[in-house]
Design a protein around this ligand. Structure first.
Ligand code: NAD
Length: 458
């Protein structure tokens, strides 16, 4: 059974839990991309000219339409991405909520008046034009909406390229947008290959900004192409996030295995580096052994299942490459196939600078490393090229604040494994990215600020 697309004109979507073909989708080429962008340019002018309240009303109708098709979208996400059905329902609901949040923003995107001798400055937040959004496969629905909802709310048109393996929910969202009454070509989805459709979108002279979510390697190329055109770019890239557990922590909550097993570990914020104070290291090994041994891995449609498959054979091969059969550490169990299965795994024999401890694996695998004191914990937490997320577990408030201030990452949680909320800013330090999405400034990220000086001299 082919795991990847066999040519550049078609995408074959496989169910990761069964390897059955779910759909075959035509892939857009450079000419298709050009046509889509040109249509978007025309549609955007009218969209930007509409009253903000009208854009907000249509985005709320889009949210209602998503809500009415929540179960259908969730089932599609299960089939194309292998997500647990309960998580997929949450993801579809997250798209609805993002649209509602952005709709409110459309009505409050105001400029400022700044007095000056002899006149007034008036600032405007003008839409950029056409925004190109390139999404990964790990959370196809929410990440498609992270950029799309605020970009539309601010008066832009969006051309979205979903990942090769997961185009179906994005295509359905584009249909639902039309059903809700959004004008044609204001939100278009172009399934295709990164090397063809993705590059064509990034390079297109009428694409005013690119929002890319994916690997750091591809993000670097996207940034270079944008640099050549002096085009703004937001990059949401890889992660290797620490879970810093001090000896005084609530170990039961701190060592929750779903901090790195959610979405089978295919989560940019997964806490895949479990750093525990040395006095509780042995207890941590025992707790994690029990916890991952009890994880139910299997059919994503079964409500009792706690972890599903990986997205593809390619991803499975990548995870296997990092985890040797004889590597020390506890393992859970997983089905043997068909499907792309890997058991929950904790590696205990890795050096802090080993590839498994430093590089993003993107599977259900964590490394467990001991630290001595606060300074050692911060040093280890920062000892990767990434800086996306992380957790700090301690009952000492002063220490929690000191460590939060010291760790170089964009999204930290104290005594929690929470990472992403649509009403707070999200993004990475270091090689985890550039710029921020979500939160109160999400809309202005899709605008140019213009200042007009108005003379009052007679
Ligand atoms: P990827 O970089 O392989 O692909 C991401 C997207 O880029 C896909 O749509 C792909 O088709 C497209 N693409 C590939 N080559 C391209 C090119 N040359 N030009 C333009 N587009 C191109 O990443 P992936 O494997 O799909 O996703 C997993 C990665 O995404 C992980 O590294 C994960 O950490 C990261 N991620 C980051 C965040 C975040 O918010 N920071 C969120 C989710 C995923």
């Amino acid at each position: 059974m082919p795991d990847r697309c066999v040519d550049t004109t078609t995408l074959t979507v496989l169910n990761p839990a069964t390897e059955d073909v779910v759909a075959t989708v035509p892939a857009a080429d450079a000419a298709d991309t050009d046509r889509a962008v040109r249509r978007a340019v025309t549609a955007q002018r009218a969209w930007a000219a509409a009253a903000p309240a009208d854009r907000a009303r249509l985005l709320r109708r889009f949210a209602d339409t998503v809500d009415a098709h929540l179960e259908e979208l969730a089932q599609l996400e299960v089939r194309e991405a292998g997500h647990l059905v309960g998580n997929a329902r949450w993801e579809a609901g997250n798209v609805r909520d993002l649209l509602l949040y952005a709709a409110g923003g459309a009505e409050r995107l105001n400029g400022a008046q700044i007095p000056a001798p002899g006149g007034w400055n008036i600032t405007f937040h003008e839409p950029l034009g056409v925004v190109g959004i390139i999404a990964p496969w790990n959370f196809p629905m929410p990440i498609a909406a992270w950029g799309t909802a605020p970009a539309l709310a601010a008066g832009n048109a969006v051309v979205l390229k979903p990942a090769e393996t997961t185009p179906l929910t994005a295509l359905r969202l584009a249909e639902l947008a039309l059903d809700a009454g959004l004008p044609e070509h204001v939100f278009q989805v172009l399934p295709g290959h990164g090397s063809v459709t993705g590059r064509a979108l990034v390079d297109h002279p009428d694409v005013a900004k690119v929002v890319f979510t994916g690997s750091t390697r591809t993000g670097r190329e996207v940034m270079e192409r944008c640099a050549a055109r002096v085009k703004p770019v937001t990059l949401e890239l890889g992660g290797k996030s620490p879970n810093v557990v001090f000896a005084d922590a609530d170990l039961g909550r701190a060592l929750d295995p779903f901090s790195f097993l959610d979405n089978s570990g295919q989560d940019c914020c997964a806490r895949t580096r479990i750093l525990v104070q040395e006095s509780v290291y042995e207890e941590a090994v025992a707790r994690l052994t029990d916890a991952i041994g009890a994880v139910v891995v299997g059919d994503p449609l079964d409500e009792k299942t706690q972890m599903g498959p990986l997205i593809s054979r390619r991803q499975l091969d990548r995870v296997r490459h990092f985890v040797k059969d004889d590597a020390p550490g506890p393992r859970g169990t997983a089905p043997t196939g068909p499907g792309f299965w890997f058991p929950p795994t904790v590696l205990t024999g890795e050096a802090a600078d080993s590839r498994a401890a430093v590089e993003e694996i993107f599977g259900p695998v964590a490394v467990l490393l001991p630290f001595t004191d606060e300074a050692d914990a911060v040093r280890l937490a920062d000892a990767t090229p990434y800086g996306l997320s992380g957790s700090i577990w301690t009952r000492d408030v002063g220490r929690a604040l000191r460590v939060s201030a010291a760790v170089r990452a964009g999204n930290l949680s104290v005594n929690s494994h929470s990472s992403v909320r649509y009403w707070t800013p999200f993004g990475g330090f270091k090689q985890s990215g550039l710029g921020r999405e979500l939160g109160p400034d999400a809309l202005t990220a899709f605008t140019e600020t213009k200042n007009v000086f108005l003379s009052t001299e007679a």
